[in-house]
Design a binder for this molecule. Structure first.
Ligand code: SAM
Length: 294
């Protein structure tokens, strides 16, 4: 089903929401095969242990293409419901389409900005896979996510650990920075960025400030696909993520050095591990869980 349930939609996009819709949507869709498969390793590792039961109301925040929302809908069953929220309708349409195919009738997708959405406090569980690192005011967003929870409800979010633990994103940035300047202070961005929640102490302080209790961290390491071929992987790195940002912001200068940059990336990527589906590299996340006070 695709009709909306739960909080009403917000209007008036922030510069970050505009950036997601205008710049990142087509790039994420182009590399959906790398993103969804790779990110799934990190959620599959903890899905069997999630505090979700039949009949629960669940929110999936920054749900992207909606695959985790639909898996959560399987966990809550027909007597529960899952609401997937994202600021890009173009992503949500994938979830809506899949839901129609499955026809379970317990998953809904709504466009909204997590910072300003008026939540109702009727959820047993709030989830986010690699969403919270991009929310521009993380404490306000985490706090708003908490207001979506019933007293005693649980929130679990998955975020990247340090750049050094995630060579699948970081190696290419270092290589590209050998040819191009870092993005300037005024660069348009998608929010704080993929490594903004890597520091355990900082995130604990953010979550405490947002009113959560019983905050715990679990490390998950997983090899992720970076491309079906070396060419696919180079294209992915120059389009998305930290290397893609450097390349995009450098504009004409980047295009002038494209051949050299692609050669350097090709050499480094060619030395990575090859598996049946393509080239894989190491990645590492935190699965962070906490509760809303009773
Ligand atoms: C890295 S993607 C992760 C998507 C999905 N959870 C997954 O794991 O495949 C981050 C998602 O957060 C969404 N997002 C970013 N800022 C947002 C905001 N302020 N409110 C709602 N969604 C937001 C983006 O549109 C994007 O789909």
């Amino acid at each position: 089903m695709s009709e909306n349930k739960g909080p009403t939609e917000t209007t008036g996009d922030t510069e970050f929401v505009e950036f997601w819709n205008e710049i990142l949507v087509p790039k994420f869709i182009k590399f959906k095969h790398i993103l969804v498969d790779g990110l799934t390793h990190h959620s599959d590792a903890i899905f069997p242990t999630l505090k979700v039961k039949k009949g629960d109301n669940v929110l999936d925040v920054g749900c992207g293409f909606g695959d985790t929302a639909l898996k959560l809908a399987d966990l809550v069953g027909p007597s529960g419901r899952v609401l997937g929220i994202d600021c890009c309708d173009a992503f949500l349409d994938y979830g809506r389409k899949e839901e129609r195919k499955k026809n379970q009738g317990n998953a809904y997708f709504l466009r909204g900005d997590v910072i300003s959405m008026p939540f109702e406090g009727d959820n047993d569980f709030v989830f986010s896979r690699f969403g919270t690192m991009f929310f521009p005011n993380p404490v306000a967003a985490l706090k708003n996510m908490r207001t979506a929870l019933k007293p005693g409800g649980t929130m679990t979010h998955i975020v990247w650990r340090t750049p050094e633990d995630n060579p699948w994103l970081y190696m290419a940035k270092e290589i590209v920075l050998g040819f191009l300047p870092p993005p300037g202070e005024d660069a348009r961005t998608c929010g704080p960025g993929p490594f903004s929640m890597a520091d355990k102490e900082l995130v604990t302080a953010m979550m405490t400030a947002a009113g959560y209790e019983n905050i715990s961290f679990k490390r998950v390491d997983a090899p992720v696909l970076v491309g079906k071929t070396v060419k696919d992987a180079i294209d992915f790195q120059l389009t998305l993520g930290p290397a893609g940002e450097v390349f995009r912001e450098a504009g004409v200068q980047a295009e002038e050095k494209r051949v050299e940059i692609e050669a350097a990336l090709g050499k480094a990527i060619g030395e990575q591990k090859k598996e049946r589906d393509g080239i894989v590299m190491a990645s590492s996340s935190w699965v962070i869980s906490a509760t809303n006070p009773t």
